[in-house]
Design a protein around this ligand. Structure first.
Ligand code: MEV
Length: 438
């Protein structure tokens, strides 16, 4: 592969041509096929191109629906965008199971977000602390024009504090901003506020007569929102009498299932190796809704895993309670998401997802995402402690293998019957196709 300059200035077709010329014949053909994935509507395609940079084409993912989610007494059909087989099926099975047992009860515990101005300042701690307390209202007044709109929607700045971090890094302080951003994810709002606050803070310190010449300079290292949002938290639970859980396959009684399930979740509370996979199952559900609604799955992932480690060791985000005759399964997870701004209204299918969900507020969306995460986790652990995960997974995977091997519909139908009582493997499917094709 050669280096290139001016790549970003080329047209899309020029970029495709350049890239194809760097590759061998077969690979080059794949690149030249990229326009086949362009959207037929040029306006829509232009919008997709503008989401990112150096765009060549679109990368399609399946958009599915998990119906029958009963959340706080309301039924939802939840849009999910995910490439992994079994995830939508598992969420749907979890939703159906709990639909018949009272559904999901979700509540938002808080919705605050944080931004930080990281800076260094040389001088006595008490002096900058006293200055900050005295001039805090001037700082807030200076950024008032930036918060007016958010305040009209019920949000704005909740708190601004000075943190002395000089015991960790020499001369290092933070101005910590806590904000309520209502239905917006709020990244732009918080970042703009931080940059303006930093500018005003620098100026106020510089022009204040109490500071010696060596104390006048505030060295701003960076201003950025924090994607760790443990105060943007939602809790969801399902519960029913233990006897209503069963009977299960493999002859497990309801109580045996409840106890096995509970032990599986406790293992994820004490063993990080298992906890990561357990939480990955939760995020299978959460991320699929995050992507379908045009939210930022990287931020959600980073935050969820930091939260899972909040007490010093990584553990399960969900937990089980077996009290007397009642089985309760719950999930608490930070989810900083928006239903206005960003991709939510620009991506036509994100817009569609929000319409399918009947235009939820960000708090309602947090509850929906958490419910899907819990449903997903319930179905995964239920399979693991009963039939094992491969049985259901392989049924769907079988179809993927047939598609990879270009099987026709008749071959797929015969294959489904053939593999109904056999272990599915790529080689097994290939041999089966060879056999029936003679
Ligand atoms: C696979 O994507 C997710 C699971 O591994 C989750 C789990 O083990 O709980 C099935």
């Amino acid at each position: 592969m050669k280096t290139v300059s001016g790549f970003s200035k080329m047209t899309k077709l020029e970029k495709i041509k350049w890239l194809s010329e760097q590759l061998g014949k077969n690979e080059s053909q794949l690149v030249l096929n990229m326009p086949n994935f362009w959207h037929p509507d040029q306006e829509v395609q232009k919008r997709f191109d503008e989401f990112s940079e150096n765009t060549l084409t679109n990368y399609d993912l399946p958009f599915g629906i998990a119906p029958n989610f009963l959340i706080n007494g309301k039924i939802y059909s939840v849009p999910m965008v995910i490439e992994e087989s079994s995830v939508v099926a598992a969420a749907s099975l979890g939703a159906k199971f709990w639909l018949e047992r009272g559904g999901f009860k979700a509540k938002v515990l808080s919705t605050k977000k944080v931004g930080q101005i990281h800076f260094q300042w040389q001088g006595p701690h008490e002096k900058i602390k006293a200055f900050f307390e005295e001039r805090k209202s001037d700082l807030l007044n200076a950024v008032a024009p930036l918060t007016t709109n958010m305040e009209k929607r019920g949000g704005g700045i909740v708190d601004l504090s000075l943190l002395d971090m000089t015991n960790k890094i020499e001369n290092y302080y933070q101005l910590k901003l806590v904000a309520e951003t209502c239905d917006a994810m709020g990244a732009n709002f918080i970042n703009s506020l931080l940059e303006e606050l930093a500018r005003v803070f620098k100026h106020l310190v510089f022009s204040d007569g109490r500071f010696e010449s060596t104390e006048k300079e505030v060295h701003v290292i960076m201003c950025i929102l924090s994607n760790y949002t443990p105060e943007c938290l939602v809790e969801v639970s399902v519960e029913c009498p233990i006897e209503d859980l069963g009977p299960m396959v493999n002859g497990l009684s309801a109580r045996e299932f409840a106890e096995k399930f509970s032990t599986a979740v406790r293992i994820a509370e004490i063993d990080p190796n298992r906890a990561v996979t357990h939480n990955k199952g939760i995020m299978n559900g959460v991320d699929a809704v995050v992507i379908a609604t045009g939210n930022d799955f990287r931020a959600i992932e980073a935050c969820a895993h930091a939260y899972a480690s909040r007490d010093g060791s990584y553990r399960s985000l969900s937990s089980v309670g077996l009290e007397g005759d009642v089985f309760k399964f719950s999930l608490t997870i930070p989810l900083a998401v928006g239903t206005v701004g960003g991709l939510t209204s620009l991506h036509p299918l994100a817009k569609t997802s929000l319409a399918v969900l009947n235009h939820p507020s960000s708090s309602e969306l947090m509850q929906i995402m958490a419910s899907v995460g819990l449903a997903q986790n319930f179905s995964a652990v239920k399979s693991l402690v009963t039939t094992g995960i491969q049985k259901g997974h392989m049924k769907l995977h079988l179809l993927n293998i047939f598609n990879q091997l270009d099987a026709c519909q008749e071959e797929i139908e015969r294959g489904k019957a053939y593999f109904s009582d056999k272990v599915v493997s790529y080689n097994g499917v290939r041999d089966f196709l060879k056999m029936i094709r003679g």
